[in-house]
Design a protein around this ligand. Sequence first.
Ligand code: 5GP
Ligand code: ZN
Length: 114
Amino acid sequence: PHEHLADDCIFCKIIRKEIPSFKLVETEKSYAFMDIEPLSEGHSLVIPKYHAEFMHQVPDDYLAEVMPIAKRIAAAGGFAQYNVLQNNGPLANQAVPHVHFHVIPKPNKELGLG
Ligand code: 5GP
Ligand code: ZN
């Protein structure tokens, strides 16, 4: 199941559990975990179990498992409002060169909603 992972990639190591992470959901071709430096409480990442720097390099069957997981996290988290972000390349603010989708809650403290 890990034949498309890279030896030296931090997110591939998280998928292989060589680096610990706070896991939210795992499917055959995807993995979701909490961001280590959250932009807001509940910030998580959803990644394909396929090492690629850019989204357009990820095969459809891997990508197809990613967005339903982002949806499940937003629904289960009860987020009132949130961003789903995905950066491609350093010019687009991508720091980790393994495709990942951010799910970032936008808490509304005035309404008491997370
Ligand atoms: P990017 O800027 O590449 O779109 O976002 C990379 C994200 O990965 C950042 O939000 C950063 O906090 C997160 N991140 C980087 N290294 C680790 C790690 O080792 N574990 C976890 N859980 N998140 C990480
Ligand atoms: Zn990787």
